[in-house]
Design a protein around this ligand. Structure first.
Ligand SMILES: [Zn+2]
Length: 359
């Protein structure tokens, strides 16, 4: 039976009335529709722009576990996920129409001993990167994920994984295959090489300086800061007792995170919400990241947009457009009020099918 929902939408707070037929949105009246929501707020499904479906504490997991991760995201309204690297091949999940849509980045690309064990494809020779990027571009859904920096135990501190020439060749290779590239970066030193090479996005970005912010602006690089995951930095430092320089660096990055990310936003860097769920962070926490974005000075509307309409536009996915898949959320209360409201929609509709989070 066709469905009908009516309320106000965001960010413009305009009245909206939608019909849902054959899984798609219609703005034209459909006879015999069942009104399933009337009053309150209606918006496109939330976006988690950095999470991992198919990644556990030690790397790959079973498809049943990956399915459960995706279900957890759906049940808090995260209906579009940008998977920022997964060692498990989760492409078969696309056949499960009750699961969120996933935009994959293939597998993380790193060097030996230069990322969390079990997570990445580890390249012995850095010049293998362009070919590896091309391979992951073919496996993914338009993104490739690099590890930009990590502790180098021979140095005892964070250090870049790749030289600038390699990055330029690799990012060119991704773009030639129609894929955008992003990178995990905690520290300062890896940023200029990545940004100058034309990378499309930086994940975490805790080591941003005024110079690298200016470079990102010049190159129109986006930022996904994953603020709730940065809360793990003091714990990472505590466990790195053999590497005091690294531990001090991580603590210093942590204390500067909010002012640096705020400076990036003020400078005009496009910024999107990602929870980094999948290893340390539990799935289903995108609302907490939206709340954290308010602490860098984003308005409640802009913080929500970074996890919804703005992130969808950036990822090339529709919102509440006629003909689009009916992936939407309905709230009795204003979802900008906080995580308690945002993560508990009255009604979740995915591909036209209703999932009720609340009774
Ligand atoms: Zn991540």
């Amino acid at each position: 039976m066709p469905l009908r929902v009516r309320g106000r939408t965001l960010p413009d707070e305009a009245a909206i009335e939608l019909w849902i037929i054959d899984g798609r949105i219609s703005t034209e009246r459909v006879a015999g529709a069942d009104t399933v929501f009337d009053g309150g707020w209606i918006m496109p499904g939330l976006v988690d722009a950095h999470c991992h479906v198919g990644l556990g504490q030690h790397g790959a997991i079973t498809l049943d576990e990956a399915t459960a991760q995706a279900e957890t995201e759906r049940d808090v309204g995260a209906l579009l996920l940008r998977d920022c690297g997964s060692p498990t091949d989760t492409r078969s999940l696309d056949d499960h129409h009750d699961l969120p849509r996933i935009i994959r980045a293939g597998r993380h690309l790193a060097r030996p001993k230069r990322y969390i064990p079990g997570f990445a494809v580890e390249l012995d020779d850095e010049w293998q990167l362009p070919a590896a990027v091309a391979e992951q571009a073919l496996r993914g859904d338009g993104w490739v994920k690099l590890v930009g920096d990590w502790i180098d135990r021979s140095v005892g501190d964070l250090a870049p994984l790749w030289s600038d020439d390699v990055l330029k060749a690799a990012i060119d290779a991704a773009h030639a295959h129609g894929a955008r590239v992003t990178a995990h970066v905690f520290g300062e030193d890896a940023l200029p090489g990545l940004i100058n090479a034309g990378i499309d996005c930086i994940e975490h970005g805790t080591g941003l300086t005024d110079d690298s912010i200016a470079l990102m602006l010049e190159h129109r690089t986006a930022l996904v800061p994953t603020l709730i995951n940065v809360e793990n930095f003091p714990g990472i430092a505590d466990s790195a007792v053999r590497y005091p320089t690294y531990a001090a660096h991580m603590r210093d990055l942590y204390t500067r995170t909010y002012p640096r990310i705020a400076a990036a936003r003020e400078a005009g860097i496009p910024l999107y919400a990602g929870s980094d769920a999948g290893s340390t962070i539990e799935h289903g926490r995108i609302a907490d990241e939206v709340e954290a974005l308010k602490k860098i000075g984003m308005s409640p509307t802009d913080a929500l947009g970074a996890a919804c309409w703005d992130a969808r536009r950036w990822l090339g996915r529709p919102g509440l457009d006629p003909g689009a898949s009916a992936d939407l959320l309905c709230y009795a209360d204003d979802p900008r009020r906080g995580p308690g409201v945002l993560s508990e929609p009255e009604l979740i509709i995915l591909r036209g099918k209703m999932f009720r989070a609340k009774c």
